[in-house]
Design a protein around this ligand. Sequence first.
Ligand SMILES: NC(=O)c1ccc[n+]([C@@H]2O[C@H](COP(=O)([O-])OP(=O)(O)OC[C@H]3O[C@@H](n4cnc5c(N)ncnc54)[C@H](OP(=O)(O)O)[C@@H]3O)[C@@H](O)[C@H]2O)c1
Length: 256
Amino acid sequence: MELNGKNVIITGASRGIGKAVALRLAQEGANIVIAARDQKTLDEAVAEIKKQATGKIIGVSTDVSKLDDLKKLHATAVAKLGEIDVLINNAGVSSQYPFDQQPLEDIERLVHTNYLGYVRLIRLVIPAMIARKQGAIINMVSGSTLVDPVPRTFVTYSSIKVGLRAFLKGLFWEMRDHGIKITSILPGVVDTDLTDKLENIAQEQRDRLMSANSVVDMVMFALSVPPNACPLELAVINQQTPWTKPVIDYSQKQAK
Ligand SMILES: NC(=O)c1ccc[n+]([C@@H]2O[C@H](COP(=O)([O-])OP(=O)(O)OC[C@H]3O[C@@H](n4cnc5c(N)ncnc54)[C@H](OP(=O)(O)O)[C@@H]3O)[C@@H](O)[C@H]2O)c1
């Protein structure tokens, strides 16, 4: 897809992976609406991204866990940019608890942000994409969905991402017939604010965190394939880390 002049919404683009994606798309000449909750961080990100942009860069303060905010985000993006060519669903929160200690409010927050935040915004953008028979929707899921059963103490976060991944896989087939591309990105552990709270990991492991740009490359790949092709899922996983590897750490004696 030629990105110059294309209209893009990116959620959670004031920091981390979303901001890195916004910077790269801005360099390609896209017009971008970026969404996040904290107004100050959002304003700073817009100012930084604008320096590298030739297209329009607009910040819309949004809490993706709230349906009214999503409706306002979509309406503002269409009013200021025109029809949306690309949606990048990325805003997400992480949380780690033994399940019996996880606050009920935290479970609600994860479902509303990491599942409904994605599904509802897709539902808002697709009618116009279907009418135009084009569009791409790229979704930040998680490499933790590759581990079965989902990792201990990440049971709620990861199982919601598993559900999201299943939804997107089904949607891929429904939307394919309308010319709309649906792609899930499954990142391993990335060095962002979301992971800088990790405790008890050795510096050697911390050094193996991926940069956000490894994930940006996957987004750019998804947007660069020919019109008659679409990557359904792209996993970009850290090499040689103890994370997201379904490996049993003991070996059996060889039979003589
Ligand atoms: N980092 C990793 O290792 C990793 C691995 C796999 C998958 N992922 C996924 O990748 C996505 C991005 O992660 P990240 O590491 O870049 O996170 P991050 O550095 O914490 O950034 C999260 C972004 O989302 C925004 N956000 C959070 N909650 C929001 C809400 N309710 N409404 C609107 N915006 C919201 C934040 O801004 P405000 O706080 O101001 O709203 C921020 O811009 C998430 O979906 C995450 O689950 C990350």
